[in-house]
Design a protein around this ligand. Structure first.
Ligand SMILES: *[C@@H]1O[C@H](CO)[C@@H](O)[C@H](O)[C@H]1NC(C)=O
Ligand SMILES: *[C@@H]1O[C@H](CO)[C@@H](O)[C@H](O)[C@H]1NC(C)=O
Length: 781
């Protein structure tokens, strides 16, 4: 979302006057009705208006309502703060709420000043993604949706449309909003989108719990780099990268998650702003993917299209081009202010507006906004203050933080600590006792917060604390004091990393190193300490901590993201062995030298001729500090594809009728389009993986299954490897369990050609669940 500073927004007085006049003409129309539509005393019900008739399909009801509105009333619906229509008993509506990792102060739709003053604050998304557990993601979505409903029933929400999740690919490690996303891998982001959206929206498409919105379509992942800001950035994106990197999460979100909203980004995509891009919004999102819902703009994206991007000559042209391209709602008031003039000038038709409004009201019908008192809603009406910050939700926040934490280094098994053997501990670092360091961005008031320091104090006595720097920026460090404290303590735990001062919306990093004096402080403390120290990093995006990885005096390293209200406790549980860590990095940790790459270069694939290294584990040619999918456990796990479980091979007979087309590297490939939906269905096959926990601790394990092409060459720019899927499973020490995968060759074993078409190569493919062990799948008709 954007601030509107500097935007010139000229109010069109007529729109405002007309709406106010109607309010004055029919002030008593629904006198005594609380702020909801179609209640028992409603005149609209008395009149038998179809939009109040809950037995009719939502789209019919929406069309009926739209047909009753004047042009001015229609235009007044086109912004996130939609006017009421008093004469029809329709209250104002606020479209903009956020629920990325808990309900949020951001947006205008919710407030926390009534009987509910706190909400469950889950970990920032990137940490939750590290669990590689889509059942967990679903439950978090469900809990947030439930809390939103409760707030709505209590009159603390003026909307139920939540503009989450953010499923943009975390393309560049410097991106300030990478923390909000499920990471760099399109398959992971797709699964995240589906699980989270289904949780948030609930299981009944006719009675939505809330409406979820996948943002920001598409190829948006830059705030501000070298004078290029997100408001004026034109992303040059290839059809190949769109097909196999940028678009898959949005496609899954709509096709499988049935999200009721897509938000278009500020980004210009190959010269056309996303919110004016009919190829994207109408042809792809609504046409090919079949969106049943609305398209919203990112905040002020329509105004920005004119003011920053100069895409259309006048405000009226800009409004018209966006709505005609498939935009239904503008966050901000630009379309409300300029919409009427656009119609009067013949640039926009009333029919265009009707189409947008029907999409908008259909979602509100499905949310039950036209069924009278929300507390009498049969499915969600019972939810209230007792359903917010429940024990179950608080436990879930803890579980999510625990399952996300990634153990990056544990030399000599220094962790877990034996609490009875810790006589004294020094806790050092600016992130140790700052509640805000747990939140990340887009947070709300947490029900309760435990900082890492507080949690450690609940485990051991004799804890001494020193922040060492006043903030993560660490411009000055109290190195002398820190060294004195470290050298006189049994154990030293450092809480370092980043904060919203370094990475957030509107702010990308320019360096991947720890800020300011952090590195020298950590190194000095480590040299002075009696034993190897423990370094806990609270960050969103990755940091280059090669110095710590290589320093034997730094015994253990944990990445704990921004872990939410229970983050301190989760960290302490991992440190003291009450939880066995199982998180795995959802993003590549690049070395500092990666910052030589222009952030504006959208290419995923490496270009060895120019030294361009490529991006993400799929294409990056350099040596990462830590790899995508990396993460240690206190136990030793092994994984094995169980080939004995037939049928375990694709039925390739049906490829016999197809001709494999030659590829640039002398191979041949089958086109997924030609295989067809039914053929793709028949090609699916199961794969079973046996996981063994060799001990010594019980714990969760996430199996990541990758695809490799054994004789791939750079010629057709296949990924070096590609995630097929993942399954997360709790395994007791000493136990063996089996987890099942369904492999869909069309989806998982295909690759995108340069023109964005999906193909399956003839010949060998390897499914891998261990570095050095593959299961060969061959496509040979
Ligand atoms: C539109 O929004 C801007 C920025 O929030 C505000 O300054 C302006 O008064 C609004 N105009 C109308 C007509 O509501
Ligand atoms: C790999 O090599 C084999 C043998 O040279 C060939 O038959 C096959 O088509 C190749 N596969 C790919 C994917 O290029």
């Amino acid at each position: 979302m954007a601030g509107t500073e500097g935007m010139l927004l000229l109010p069109l007085m007529m729109t405002i006057t007309v709406v106010m006049m109607q309010a004055a003409l029919f002030p008593q129309a629904e006198a005594g009705e609380p702020p909801y539509s179609c209640g028992p005393r409603s005149a609209s019900v008395a009149q038998g208006y179809a939009f109040c008739d809950a037995r009719l399909p939502a789209s019919r009801r929406a069309a009926d309502l739209v047909a009753r509105l004047t042009v001015a009333e229609k235009v007044a619906q086109l912004g996130d703060e939609a006017s009421g229509v008093p004469r029809l008993g329709v209250p104002p509506y606020k479209w903009w709420s956020e629920g990325l990792h808990g309900l949020s102060y951001w947006g205008h739709g919710m407030h926390f000043d009534g009987s509910v003053r706190g909400i469950t604050s889950f970990p920032q998304v990137l940490l939750t993604a590290a669990s590689f557990d889509d059942k967990l993601w679903f439950r978090i979505g469900q809990a947030i949706g439930t809390e939103a409903r409760a707030l709505y029933n209590l009159g603390q929400a003026e909307g139920l449309t939540i503009w989450s999740p953010n499923v943009n690919i975390f393309r560049d490690p410097r991106w300030g909003r990478g923390q909000e996303t499920p990471g760099e891998d399109p398959a992971t982001a797709s699964k995240y989108a589906v699980a989270f959206v289904q949780g948030l929206q609930g299981s009944s498409p006719a009675a939505l719990q809330t409406s979820a919105c996948c943002k920001h379509a598409t190829a948006y992942d830059l705030e501000d780099w070298n004078g290029v800001a997100r408001y004026n950035f034109n992303a040059k994106v290839t059809a190949q990268d769109l097909a196999d990197t940028y678009n898959p999460p949005f496609k899954s979100c709509v096709v499988d998650g049935k999200a009721t909203c897509i938000m278009c980004a500020y980004t210009g995509i190959n010269g056309v702003p996303a919110c004016a891009n009919s190829d994207l919004l109408t042809k792809t999102v609504r046409g090919e993917w079949g969106l049943e819902g609305y398209v919203s703009s990112d905040c002020d994206a329509v105004a920005i299209m004119r003011d920053a991007q100069r895409y259309a000559p006048t405000p009226e042209d800009t409004v018209a081009v966006a709505i005609k391209a498939g935009l239904d709602l503008n966050c901000g008031n630009y379309t409300q202010v300029h919409g009427m003039a656009a119609i009067q000038q013949g640039k926009l038709t009333e029919k265009d507006v009707d189409k947008a409004l029907t999409n908008l009201f259909t979602v509100r019908m499905r949310l039950g906004h036209f069924d009278g008192d929300p507390r009498s809603n049969g499915v969600y009406g019972h939810l209230g203050a007792a359903d917010v910050c429940t024990k179950a939700h608080k436990d879930l926040a803890l579980e999510a933080a625990q399952d996300g934490i990634v153990l990056l280094k544990n030399d000599g098994g220094i962790l877990p600590l034996d609490r009875s053997a810790v006589a004294s501990a020094a806790v050092i670092g600016p992130n140790a006792n700052d509640p805000f360091a747990l939140d990340g961005n887009y947070f709300g008031p947490p029900c309760e917060t435990t900082t890492p320091l507080q949690a450690i104090q609940s485990y051991v006595k004799g804890v001494r604390f020193l922040a060492g720097c006043s903030s993560a920026a660490c411009v000055f460090a109290a190195t002398g004091q820190a060294v004195a404290l470290a050298s006189s303590s049994d154990h030293v735990i450092l809480f370092m990393g980043l904060s919203q001062e370094q990475e957030k919306e509107g702010l990308d990093r320019t360096s991947l190193l720890l800020p300011g004096m952090q590195q020298s402080l950590i190194t000095a403390v480590a040299s002075a300490a009696k034993r190897p120290v423990i370094l806990v990093l609270l960050t969103g995006g990755p940091v280059d901590i090669t110095f710590a990885k290589n320093n034997p005096k730094i015994g253990a390293i944990l990445w704990a993201g921004y872990p939410g209200q229970a983050g301190g406790l989760a960290i302490a549980k991992v440190l003291f062995g009450d939880h066995n860590p199982s998180g795995r990095l959802p993003v590549t940790w690049y070395p500092e030298e990666f910052t030589k790459v222009p952030m504006t270069d959208m290419r995923m694939r490496a270009d060895p001729a120019t030294g361009y290294p490529g991006r993400s584990y799929r294409f990056y040619q350099g040596n990462p500090v830590y790899k995508f999918g990396y993460g240690l456990s206190y136990s030793k796990f092994s994984r094995r594809l169980v080939s004995g479980t037939k049928p375990g091979r694709p039925n390739t007979n049906l490829l016999a009728d197809l001709t494999a087309k030659p590829t640039a590297d002398g191979g041949a490939s089958y086109h997924v389009e030609e295989i067809g939906a039914e053929g793709c269905e028949q090609l699916k096959f199961p794969a079973v993986v046996e996981v063994q926990n060799h001990g010594p601790m019980d714990g969760k394990h996430s199996v990541l299954m990758f695809l490799r092409w054994p004789n791939a060459t750079a010629g057709v720019s296949r990924p070096m490897s590609q995630l097929v899927g993942f399954q997360s499973q709790h395994v007791r020490a000493g136990e063996k369990v089996r987890v099942g995968f369904e492999v869909s060759p069309c989806e998982h074993l295909s690759r995108a050609t340069e023109n964005g078409k999906k193909v399956i190569d003839r010949g060998s493919h390897l499914l891998m669940v261990e570095e050095d062990d593959g299961w060969e799948i061959s496509f040979e008709a």
